[in-house]
Design a protein around this ligand. Sequence first.
Ligand SMILES: C[S@@+](CC[C@H](N)C(=O)[O-])C[C@H]1O[C@@H](n2cnc3c(N)ncnc32)[C@H](O)[C@@H]1O
Length: 292
Amino acid sequence: MSSKDEADRGNGLQNTMFGQFDDQSYEQWRALIEQRTGLQLADHLRTYLQGGLNRRMKLHNIHDYEQYLEYVTNERNGIKEWSELIDTLTVQETQFFRHLDSYSFIETYLKELVDSSERTRSIEMWSVGCSSGEESYSLAMLAEKVLTESEHMASYGVIGTDISLSAISSAKLRIYKARKADWIPDHYHHCFDRLDNTIKIKQRIADRVCFARVNILDLDRVPIRDMDIIFCQNLLIYLRKWRRKEVVNRLSERLKVGGILVLGLGEVTDWSHPKLRQVDSRDVLAFERFKA
Ligand SMILES: C[S@@+](CC[C@H](N)C(=O)[O-])C[C@H]1O[C@@H](n2cnc3c(N)ncnc32)[C@H](O)[C@@H]1O
C-alpha cells in the first residue's frame, strides 16, 4: 500500500467525530490485531489503522476507540464485526502469475511429478493467503496445462485460503477486471471468457478450485494435509520473523513426501527444517520434503 493510499483511507473520517486515538488506544488495537492475525502494524500505518477503525465505528455510531474495542472483543456481534474490520485492514493486492519464476519452477516440478507418478494420481495444491483467488486460479491453469500436455491421466485440485471473507467471496465469483488479464501469459487465455470490461475464469478450471476461510495462526485446527505444493507468497512479510518461522514449520508438516513449499523471495531467512531441503536457486525460494 502506498503512503498516498494510506493517507486517503485514513484521513477522510478522522479527528472530528471520534475520541482521541492516543498512544494507549493505538497500542491496544495494534496488540489485538497482532495477537489474532499475526499482522504486525508498522508505526507509519497508524493513520491507516485509525481510518479503518473510524469507518467501522461510524457504521455502528460508536465514537470511542475503547468502546469499539469492547464491542469487537465482547459483544455478541463481535466475531462478525471483527471479520469486517480485518477485511478493511488487510492488504489484498494480488495478480495472476505474480512471480513468474515461481510458476516456471512449479511447471518443471509438476512435469517431473506427473511423469514419475501412477497414471491416475491427483495433484494437490494449496494457495495460502490467496486473496481474491488470482493465485489459486494461476496454479490451476498451470496444472491443467501440464496435465493436458502429459500422457498421464492425473487430475489436480487447488484449495485457496485466506483470513478475509470478502476476499474469499470475490475468489468464488472468479470475475476480474479485464486489465488483470495482462498478467496472464497468452497461452492461458483460453482459460477465461471476456465479458465487457471483465474476464471470468472458465467453469472447468473453477471446478478444480475451492476456497475456505483460514487464519494462518490457526493452522493446527485446519484439516488440510498431504499437499504436493504449498504456495505462500506476500503474506509472511507482514509477520514478525519468529512468527514466519512458526508458520512455515506448520505448513511444512502439511507437505506430502516429495512435496514442495514455495515462498516469496526473501520472506524467510535463516530457517531450516529437518524434513526439508532448500531448492538451489537464486530466482525462487522453495523447499522440498525429502523423499526418504
Ligand atoms: C498481499 S495479499 C497476497 C495475495 C497473494 N498470495 C499474492 O501473492 O498475490 C496477502 C493476503 O494475506 C491475507 N492474510 C493476512 N493475514 C492473514 C492471516 N492471519 N491468515 C490468513 N490470511 C491472511 C490477506 O487477507 C491478503 O489477502
